[in-house]
Design a protein around this ligand. Sequence first.
Ligand SMILES: Cc1cc2nc3c(=O)[nH]c(=O)nc-3n(C[C@H](O)[C@H](O)[C@H](O)COP(=O)(O)O)c2cc1C
Length: 395
Amino acid sequence: MRTIICDLTRDQLAATGVPFDEVVCREELLAARDCTGCFGCWVRTPGRCVLPDSLCDLPSLVARTDELWLFSANAFGGLSPLVKRALERSIGYLHPGFRVTGGALHHRLRSDRAPSLRVWLYGPSSETERACLGRIAEANATNLGATLGRVRFPGDWRDAGGEKDGPVVDPPAPPESRVSAPPRRVALVNASPRGDGSATAHLLGDLAEALGVYARMANMNAPELVDVPCPRAGAADAEELSGCDSVLLGYPLYVDAPPSGLVDLLVRWRDSVEPGTRVYALANMGFYEPEQILPSFLVIENFCAAAGARWMGGVAVGGGGMTLATEGTPRMGMLRRPVSEAIDRLIAAIRSGTGAGVDPVRPAVPRLVYRLAAEAQWRRMARESGANLDAAPWL
Ligand SMILES: Cc1cc2nc3c(=O)[nH]c(=O)nc-3n(C[C@H](O)[C@H](O)[C@H](O)COP(=O)(O)O)c2cc1C
């Protein structure tokens, strides 16, 4: 069975002439909500999203699918916010427990079926955007237990589903920066759908507090910090970023990329970015190996190239599940030290207006300990809601 998930309308998809068995089009995607990050599809109604809208049965649809085809507008070498919305709403397809594949932690599959995955990223795209999508699609396939077919880059949506790539487009030359160092106004974007109770909120809060302390110790003025909550598509206005010479994007990794709400903000911000705005990232993730975050940094780097901003690098926190569990422990204690030191390095870069490099941070505990603790937590949450973790509507 072939399922197409696309951000084209039904009429546009029909115009491509591509055959399919099941489809999720722009109409359903627009009528649905973004994932809220509640994990109800694992611990309350395993295999089914708890949000009652047109996407709640996506995990079952993916489970029945042999060929999963994605047609998406190019969003800086990643999937568009709408196609991303669908993938995020489908994670109930996976089991919350872990497996190790290719030396890295991933979720267990609920069955041995191996669907195939193909992706068409339509619209103009640069070489670096194509390389970025290649890495994200590979990571998606690994996580879904799917085999990845050829990824294509048609110049126009009408060629989605075909075997033609459009011409490679060079990103615009970087404009003259109008932004001076050191920073005066720094936006702290919290793009976690879990908002104030998220690991992202904690990491950004820690950074804000430490930044103030370091400025006082150095007898210098701290830059003004502007909180910009962006829990879902449309929640934050690109206007809120105007006048900020530096922007720190805090987010959780969602399906190997920035969450759809953040991609949506980047798409809307693109045309009003002050040339030379410095963009940093502070990302965390559920799996252990922080290297899995790095393709999402490429999306942000491509955004900067397209928008005339400056990509300044960022911190990638592996084992994000530890963040809230250890927040009551000392900042430089054994459990928090690696992350706290990385945040301090990021603060130094932001304060001096310099690059932060790419800084992956491993959790302070061995992988097995992290895995056992996380799995025990999923079991406890399922028990509390009277759910069976191993059940799913299609099993
Ligand atoms: C829809 C969804 C997709 C996710 N995808 C990934 C992923 O691809 N890789 C990963 O390591 N963690 C993934 N996670 C886990 C989150 O990154 C992790 O729980 C993170 O710590 C949440 O951070 P927050 O509290 O700041 O939102 C996903 C979670 C959700 C809800």
